[in-house]
Design a protein. Structure first.
Length: 158
């Protein structure tokens, strides 16, 4: 019998890469308080019903449930309060995404003015409505742009 070898379905995606940015007249620390909360994305992704966290710190897992019944399970890879950056990886989803890596970062542009950048690199499922690269890219970009616009609305209203 052949010995089994370590393997994983999670790998760094090589597919579509998008970025969405919000540039707002708000201090970087306040922006990071919102977008740097791994369990708080439901504050600016209006399609989310709820988020449940399992564990804490690096390796923690979040289960995002969307209002339309879809879900995404993701794991926190890196996190730095001082650098205002974090990355995470998709573990499993009901959405037409085969693999996904994402990063959020906040940069102070001046005192009281900053920008947040959400980067997503992902691969579509090989079947389904979004398997064409440009269609998939449009889906990701629209989702991220909507969320980042909401970041601006939430922080400018506060």
């Amino acid at each position: 019998m052949k010995a089994l070898q370590p393997d994983t379905r999670i790998h760094n995606p090589t597919g579509v890469r998008i970025q969405s940015t919000v540039d707002i007249p708000v201090p970087a620390a306040d922006v990071w308080k919102l977008v740097g909360n791994f369990g708080g994305f439901d504050r600016f992704i209006t399609a989310l019903e709820c988020i449940q966290l399992t564990g804490s710190g690096l390796g923690q897992v979040r289960n995002k449930t969307f209002k339309d019944g879809n879900f995404a399970i993701e794991q926190l890879n890196t996190y730095s309060d001082s650098a205002m950056t974090m990355t995470w990886t998709l573990i499993h989803t009901s959405l037409p995404v085969g693999n996904l890596w994402a990063a959020m970062q906040v940069e102070a542009l001046s005192e009281g003015h900053s920008k947040a950048v959400w980067t997503i690199q992902a691969e579509p499922l090989e079947t389904g409505d979004l398997h064409e690269a440009e269609v998939f890219k449009g889906f990701l970009q629209g989702f991220a742009d909507g969320a980042m616009a909401e970041v601006g609305r939430v922080l400018n209203a506060g």
